[in-house]
Design a protein around this ligand. Structure first.
Ligand code: NAD
Ligand code: ZN
Length: 356
């Protein structure tokens, strides 16, 4: 293997480009992986263009992809060179105290399970490093395309995590705010969990079409009146049982609280790229006594989740293909794919780059 590699990096806030770096070193528990496909995430856009994580210099971007193992550490038991693997966006240190406490995504500190393109170089490179390979990687099931494998990195686990956080139950009416790639997976997850009605906030035709396929029943636009007014009008003034937040901003929580029944629950996976405070409306929050719960989080990551969620795709219970609207061949399209994700043309859900 060469000593040096190319990577597509954040050079500073608002600036991206290709740089040369040393190929990462493989520790005893680690793996070095060569990407078979990578996907651009809205989170890359928050990181680069909003500077949401703060200044980062020459940090290779990307946390969504799948690949082929080119090197494994001496202590890795279950994977070998040549294995084609699913790679979760979040790769915790599974022996950390935070993981033992049930919060693997915060292993080593808040959000520190999110290592790619946050605390270390990401996957938009000729090679990338995976810590705790046995704990984090999973084999790509036979017959699964590399594009589908990319959707399992982050979109499926994150959308489904919002459903877990909201604790959707049989027969619930669920509001999904934002139906980009993450929100669509929240719709699919709520449907699998037995929601009876799924109201979506979003109007892009490509997303609406996909959402219908995933089980959405109603649609509203946040540009045509407040979300809560529309939701209350549609539910006879009662509101919804659960809200999954996968889009919007710091003000979205206000709409979510106002749309929720007492005892209802919010599951937010939105990455708040700007704003200093989240406002909770006092009166609609029952003056603090409404039992309206607000849960929010980074998805947990790890191998078990990858294996379980990929089995849903492999068994045909979940079709991720409607998520994939743009596929590019060749690394040279990475910048274009990132710009597409930033500009969100009407026909886009998820852009993927296959290095070839
Ligand atoms: P996206 O931009 O494709 O979709 C967001 C949706 O929200 C769009 O449909 C948009 O129309 C809608 N929206 C925008 N402003 C709104 C507003 N004011 N009110 C209501 N809806 C609004 O994004 P995505 O790729 O689906 O990702 C969704 C969010 O999840 C992003 O913030 C992303 O960074 C975050 N994310 C979080 C995690 C995690 O682990 N928690 C992982 C991946 C992505
Ligand atoms: Zn992502």
């Amino acid at each position: 293997m060469a000593n040096m590699m190319k990577g597509f990096a954040m050079l500073g806030i608002g600036k991206v480009g290709w740089i040369e770096k040393e190929v990462p070193k493989c520790g005893p528990l680690d793996a070095i992986v060569k990407p078979l496909a990578i996907a651009i995430c809205t989170s890359d856009v928050h990181t680069v263009y909003e500077g949401a994580l703060g200044e980062r210099t020459d940090m290779i971007l990307g946390h969504e992809g799948c690949g082929e193992i080119v090197e494994v550490g001496s202590e890795v038991k279950d994977f070998k060179v040549g294995d084609r693997v699913l790679v979760p966006a979040i790769t915790p240190d599974w022996n950390s105290l935070e993981a033992q406490a049930g919060y693997s995504m915060h292993s080593g500190g808040m959000l520190a399970g999110w290592k790619f393109s946050n605390f270390k170089d990401g996957v938009f490179a000729e090679y990338f490093h995976v810590n705790d390979a046995d704990g984090n990687l999973a084999l790509i099931p036979d017959g699964m395309s590399v594009e589908e494998a990319c959707i399992l990195s982050d979109m499926v686990p994150t959308g489904f995590h919002s459903v877990e956080l909201a604790d959707v139950q049989f027969g619930d009416t669920v509001l999904v705010i934002g139906i980009g790639a993450v929100g669509l997976m929240a719709v699919a997850g709520a449907n699998l969990r037995g929601a009876s009605r799924i109201i979506c906030v979003g109007t892009r035709p490509v997303s609406v079409e996909a959402a219908k396929g995933y089980g959405a029943t109603d649609f509203i636009s946040y540009k045509e009146g407040t979300i809560e007014e529309q939701v209350l009008a549609m539910t006879g003034g009662k509101g919804v049982d659960r809200v999954c937040i996968a889009g919007g901003n710091v003000n979205t929580f206000e709409s979510a609280i106002k749309s929720l029944k007492p005892g209802g629950r919010i599951g937010s996976v939105n990455y708040l790229g700007s704003g200093d405070y989240v406002n909770i409306p006092r009166v609609e929050w029952g003056c603090g006594m409404s039992h309206k719960q607000i849960m929010s989080g980074l998805m947990p990551g790890g191998r078990l989740r990858m294996e379980k969620l990929s089995s849903l795709v492999a068994s045909g219970r979940l079709d991720v293909k409607p998520e994939i609207t743009h596929v590019f061949h060749g690394w040279e399209h990475t910048a274009e794919a990132l710009e597409l994700m930033r500009d969100k043309p009407k026909d886009l859900i998820k852009p993927i780059v296959i290095p070839d």
